[in-house]
Ligand binder design. Structure first.
Ligand SMILES: Cc1ncc(C[n+]2csc(CCOP(=O)(O)OP(=O)(O)O)c2C)c(N)n1
Length: 285
């Protein structure tokens, strides 16, 4: 059975000392090992950014795509071979800036993939510009007098638009994040975790002590994660507290469950000779 180290390549991460990616990557690998997955059973699809350079550091099928586009590639891989465990992995700029339309529309499909977003509130690979989750007033290289916009709320957006598993983790709480990633992978349907990530080089506002004062665990609040309205209310709290844990999870047929073509076996295992497109053409008659 594969261990955490078996998901590691010989490439050394180029992330800065103290980067939250050094918490998120081991949590992800540990989750794979504890779920009994083997490297060849997993495909990870990355966007562009510091976090997305992870494509070099995971020993499994890895696809390093273009900025904001890991979700459609991941959905395509899942539909071509639904026996694979498929994970899309982005930074907050990748997911909620360049990729926001894919994010919103993928939540509507309930395609059976997991989306891990490393949310450091900045575009960090390009040295710290404002991202969609930067707080109002935050001073960055691209907003030296303070960010004028209100931050995007990815948790509320995912719940409102139909995601069937929505959670939030923290790069400095590896055991808790590992458990969340395991739950997300086991969930059938679109599972999404926003992972609050430290960026000690460029984000001097949201540092560890800042989070320590604010994070709370939904498990300690007896939260009912099957209740849509309670989930939205946790996602839109106004008391300054930042909840960690599962906000919302429900069972619904996945995108693949509703496709007749995938009932027997994955598309990659089917002969092209058996494919009859005449039925789809009937629609025009
Ligand atoms: C379409 C496009 N726009 C902009 C860029 C430049 N670019 C490369 S990485 C990056 C920032 C990525 O930020 P984020 O997704 O938050 O990831 P992080 O580096 O913070 O992990 C940007 C803007 C690009 N490569 N492609």
């Amino acid at each position: 059975m594969a261990e955490q180290k078996d998901f590691t390549t010989s490439y050394k991460p180029t992330w800065c000392p103290g980067c939250g990616n050094f918490g998120i990557m081991p949590a992800t690998k540990k989750a794979y090992a504890e779920l009994g997955l083997e490297p060849h059973q997993i495909a990870m699809v990355f966007g562009i950014g510091c976090s997305s350079n992870g494509s070099n550091f995971y020993n499994l099928y890895a696809f390093h795509g273009i900025h904001g586009r890991p979700l459609p590639v991941a959905a395509g891989i899942k539909l071509a071979n639904h026996e694979l465990t498929v994970i899309a992995d982005s930074g907050d700029g990748d997911a909620y800036g360049e990729g926001v339309s894919h994010f919103v529309h993928t939540t509507r499909t309930n395609v059976d993939i997991t989306y891990l977003v490393h949310d450091n509130n900045l575009y960090s690979l390009t040295t710290g510009q404002t991202s969609p989750t930067s707080s109002t007033g935050m001073k960055t290289k691209s907003a030296p007098f303070g960010n004028l916009d209100m931050p995007f709320n990815p948790i509320a957006a995912a719940i409102l638009n139909g995601a069937t598993f929505v959670a939030q983790g923290f790069s400095s709480d590896i055991p808790h994040l590992t458990e969340l990633i395991k739950k997300a992978i086991k969930h059938r349907g679109f599972s999404f975790i926003n992972i609050l990530q430290l960026c000690p080089t460029f984000n001097k506002l949201n540092e560890f002590p800042w989070y320590k004062e604010r994070v709370i665990k939904l498990d300690d609040e007896a939260h009912d994660d099957s209740d849509f309205h309670k989930a939205i209310s946790q996602a839109t709290r106004t008391d300054g507290k930042i909840p960690l844990g599962v906000f919302y999870q429900i069972d619904k047929p996945t995108y693949g469950d509703r496709l007749e073509q995938l009932k027997d076996k994955p598309l990659v295992k089917q002969s092209l000779d058996n494919i009859d497109i005449s039925k789809s053409l009937d629609v025009y008659k």
